[in-house]
Design a protein around this ligand. Structure first.
Ligand code: ZN
Length: 184
């Protein structure tokens, strides 16, 4: 008799401290706020309004999370996985995208290496610029539904608000769990 723990979503690419991933970020990222219960190890999407019982009743803060599709090589094939990380990497990728935009380039044109050296310390390195043909070939790959398997409080989860940029970095509380521990 076996009682296996959840192995997480095989499409989610773990990025633990000391690790790195290499791939091509693709599509629009999806961001949301969530509450994480360290006891049940369950996460719940926060509606960021009065309808959220955890904000209103428990007065607990939610933390920002986001997912983004990333094309990686697996067994010699290009496949779409996704990263799920927090505010720090969101900002880092945002900075890089802004830098590139100033030069009429886009992040999705590059193979990137994302290194995580600490809990909230990331480095984003551009590896190779791809040709237009390569970008087109990758854009034909099926991507992951980034909103799949999120535990919603309210079905009307609004996509990320642009005013999220005004939030202080302190509002990000990195949940104390490993990516694999998320139960979907
Ligand atoms: Zn909430």
């Amino acid at each position: 008799m076996e009682f296996p723990r959840g192995q997480g979503n095989p499409k989610m690419l773990p990025l633990k401290e000391g690790n790195k991933v290499i791939g091509v970020l693709i599509g629009e990222p999806f961001g949301w706020n969530q509450h994480f219960n360290p006891v049940t190890k369950q996460s719940l999407v926060c509606s960021r309004d009065d309808n959220c019982p955890i904000c209103t009743d428990k007065k607990e803060k939610s933390s920002f999370r986001f997912r983004v599709n990333i094309i990686v090589k697996e067994d010699g094939m290009a496949v779409a996985k996704y990263l799920e990380q927090g505010w720090s990497l969101w900002c880092k990728l945002g900075e890089k995208a802004e830098e590139l935009k100033a030069n009429d380039k886009k992040l999705e044109q590059y193979v990137v290496e994302i290194r995580r050296s600490g809990l909230k310390t990331y480095m984003v390195v551009l590896k190779n610029e791809m040709t237009a043909e390569q970008v087109n070939a990758l854009s034909a790959l099926p991507l992951n539904d980034l909103q799949a398997n999120l535990n919603m409080i309210s079905p009307s989860l609004a996509p990320i608000q642009t005013d999220i940029q005004d939030e202080s970095p302190e509002s990000e509380m990195e949940p104390a769990f490993e990516e694999e521990d998320i139960i979907f």
